[in-house]
Design a protein around this ligand. Structure first.
Ligand code: BGC
Length: 403
């Protein structure tokens, strides 16, 4: 064990990935062929604010990657936008594929490991019109997209097939199934199975390339039970998380994405149990979530338990706040919890902070998760102290330990 002036530290394993993450729709801007763009501009939309130019990272990604690398971080997780690559069914844009290939090359030039996500929540308008994950050929369409995308992944090691399938099932796609009334409210096992098939199809495509380490990322919600409500907690958790972790058992890795915990106990509604409100006085982040950095440790342990020990990569963790010193505190707590889980045998290959940039948080620019601030008009980037702080840990490859 080594120690800096304030916090005791321990070395991370050799080759540990230190980095930050974004997603195409949240940073690129003008993703006009995506179904989310349609939602943002539909009459009576539930989306408060459209994504518009977002952070203009479609053009400014070289600056973003240079800032990440300059701070000392060694990995950048970003996503490919299906709606750009295949703007109409069976119409593939070679120019857009070349764009994403340039992003990979830019990472390489800076000595940054690209972690490429094929699908991060959004899909093309035509896929949405055909029923999204409810379309009879949904799995085949995603398999084809994975095949197309894999043509630019020759030297890419880390690939995420689908981001947070459990959130997609819970929030967006389940909404479509009003006619069949499948599992409302709550997640749809039907859609969960379809997305799992799409994931396995993409894994097969990527597996054929030999060198790729592939997996999907799961939103780990750290479900805790009010004493006596363990069985209900387990039921609540299955289609919201554990099913998706089970699907990762044969994968090369599983992405752990942790922000919060959810306490399950009695409720007044028909079901009679569900998430409990946070007690008065609980510190909340700008997304309204409890400030609970220890969640990452629980998430890693639970993921290990359900997957049976598949290697883990923390693909997202962070806090929406205007107070950057609070972000550093949160991340310190999360890394301490991660270090403790690793000391207990959790096989963690890297930590990618959410997010590199203040970005479009699915309806609003207000919840600022970024290590870098982005001016909404000029798109000027201003690194926050947390960027240099995290980069410092990366350069020394040291994890903070609880004091
Ligand atoms: C998603 C990100 C999102 C973040 C914070 C995750 O659910 O993958 O797209 O911005 O959490 O809400």
């Amino acid at each position: 064990m080594t120690s800096t002036s304030t916090t005791p530290t321990t070395p991370a394993p050799d080759g540990f990935l230190w980095g930050a993450a974004t997603a195409a729709h949240q940073v690129e801007g003008n993703n006009v062929n995506s179904s989310h763009w349609v939602d943002e501009h539909s009459p009576g939309t539930h989306v408060a604010e459209p994504s518009g130019d977002a952070c203009d990272s479609y053009h400014r990604y070289p600056e973003d990657i240079a800032l990440l690398a300059g701070a000392g971080l060694g990995a950048y997780r970003f996503s490919l936008e299906w709606a750009r690559i295949e703007p109409e069914r069976d119409t593939v844009s070679a120019a857009q594929l070349a764009h994403y290939r340039r992003m990979i090359d830019t990472c390489r030039r800076h000595g940054v490991e690209p972690v490429v996500t094929l699908h991060h929540f959004t899909f093309p308008r035509w896929f949405g019109r055909s029923g999204g994950w409810y379309a009879p050929d949904a799995v085949d369409r995603f398999r084809r997209f994975a095949e197309t995308a894999s043509t630019i992944l020759d030297d890419v090691t880390w690939v995420v097939t689908i981001n947070e399938p459990n959130m997609m099932v819970n929030q967006s796609e389940a909404r479509i199934d009003t006619e069949n009334g499948v599992n409302f409210p709550g997640p749809s096992p039907h859609v969960a199975r379809v997305i799992a098939q799409a994931h396995h199809a993409a894994m097969e495509v990527l597996g054929r390339r030999g060198h790729v380490q592939a997996g999907w990322t799961v939103a780990n919600q750290v479900f805790q039970a009010v004493p006596g409500w363990e069985q209900q907690r387990d039921e609540w958790q299955y289609w919201r998380e554990d099913y998706f972790l089970e699907q990762a058992r044969d994968d090369d890795f599983v992405g752990v994405q942790s922000y919060l915990r959810t306490i399950i106990g009695p409720t007044d509604d028909e079901l009679g149990y569900g998430p409990q409100p946070w007690p008065e006085g609980t510190e909340r982040t700008l997304t309204g979530w409890e400030y609970y950095p220890q969640a990452l440790g629980h998430a890693l342990r639970h993921t290990r338990e359900v997957t049976g020990g598949v290697p883990m990569l923390v693909t997202e963790n962070g806090m929406a706040t205007r107070d950057d010193s609070r972000r550093i505190d949160y991340t310190t707590g999360a890394l301490q919890a991660m270090a403790a889980a690793m000391a207990d045998g959790c096989d963690v290959r890297g930590y990618l902070h959410w997010s590199l940039l203040d970005n479009y948080e699915w309806g609003s620019f207000d919840p600022t998760f970024g290590l870098i601030a982005v001016d909404r008009t000029t798109f000027a980037r201003t690194p926050k102290p947390s960027l240099a702080w995290l980069g410092g840990l990366a350069k020394s490859n040291l994890l903070p330990l609880a004091g």
